[in-house]
Design a protein. Structure first.
Ligand code: SF4
Length: 324
């Protein structure tokens, strides 16, 4: 991982994780800053250009760190569904990524005060078991060698049996542990979608292979066919995708599967359109329903049902979750 520039909040300098990250990036130019928002929230940033030369920002997160899951996200049948934001932005560059509409910057922020996240989780656990998606606004597994955030959540899961953590990724990570309350969620897309819309992510075969190995090591594995993207030949593409998975993975051994068509908050979509005027994904004529931009209702339903139908040949319907 290469970052030519690293911005470090002055108050983050005393944290051991800051030292560890800086030691792993000895050639980067380090700039001290007062607050990460001074850089990250600056007006008139060129997010597409920043993505080409992504900088790293090391910071301390105040205020809310763990949030109630949004309606567009899937709870996968779990109560007390939260997501944690310990990093912002992603090393990958998916054209459809909602982060493009959520953040004013493409630079990556890594928060180093993980002990505060630990305390937040411990506090919330007093109300009962909780399910935390820890890798929503980023890809923690892809970044783990540098930041150790995925390891942090694994340690949390080991010490808190009422905590269930999902680590979602588009990397082909090697999973060697089998912690019962960690779910490794591999997002899969047809090769054509990966090639067109998921820049820098792992190839399909590598992701399927990684998921298969994770199952072999006894880990809980979820496959996410989400977002399903409406390419012209989507039926054939998703059929081939499910067949490729079934050829390498015993789908009956999966913890579950998530299926969802592309959707995005209409506010994020508007910002994405302003920042990426040439993006076909952003400018598709979506239907807005309850503040969520999505494909036309009939198409949306047909795509989800079609993919669910393909999966049902290999895995029980009760293990397949859809977003609506
Ligand atoms: S991997 Fe996920 S978080 Fe990262 S750019 Fe792609 S959609 Fe966004």
């Amino acid at each position: 991982m290469r970052f030519t520039h690293i911005y470090v909040e002055e108050r983050a300098l005393g944290y051991p994780l800051t030292e560890e990250i800086l030691a792993k990036l000895p050639d980067s130019h380090v700039i001290k800053i007062r607050h990460y928002k001074d850089v990250f929230d600056r007006k008139r940033q060129n997010a597409p250009l920043q993505k080409e030369h992504q900088a790293l920002i090391i910071a301390v997160r105040d205020g809310s760190r763990i949030f109630k899951g949004a309606p567009v996200c899937q709870s996968m049948g779990q109560k007390n569904f939260y997501y944690a934001s310990s990093m912002m932005n992603c090393p990958f560059d998916c054209e459809y990524c909602y982060l493009k509409g959520m953040y004013p910057s493409s630079n990556m922020v890594v928060f180093v005060n993980l002990e505060d996240y630990r305390r937040d989780v411990e506090e919330k656990l007093k109300e009962g078991p909780m399910y935390v998606c820890a890798s929503y606004d980023t890809d923690l597994l892809a970044m783990n060698q540098l930041t150790g955030h995925a390891d942090f959540w694994k340690e949390m899961a080991l010490s808190e049996e009422d905590l269930l953590v999902e680590l979602r990724t588009k990397a082909a990570v090697q999973v060697t542990d089998n912690i019962s309350n960690i779910i490794y969620a591999f997002t899969l897309s047809p090769s054509d979608v990966i090639g067109r819309f998921e820049k820098n992510t792992a190839p399909l075969g590598a992701r399927i292979g990684a998921a298969a190995k994770a199952i072999e090591s006894g880990a809980k594995v979820r496959l996410c066919f989400d977002p399903i993207i409406k390419i012209p030949e989507w039926k054939e593409a998703y059929k081939e995708l499910v067949e490729a998975c079934a050829g390498q993975i015993d789908l009956g051994r999966l913890t579950d599967v998530s299926v969802g068509t592309f959707r995005i908050s209409s506010d994020y979509l508007n910002r994405m359109r302003r920042a990426y005027p040439g993006s076909a994904t952003a400018w598709y004529p979506y239907v807005i329903k309850d503040g969520v931009a999505q494909y036309e209702p009939e198409t949306d339903k047909a795509m989800q049902e079609y993919v669910c139908g393909l999966l049902e040949k290999h895995i029980g319907r009760e293990k397949i979750f859809t977003w609506n």
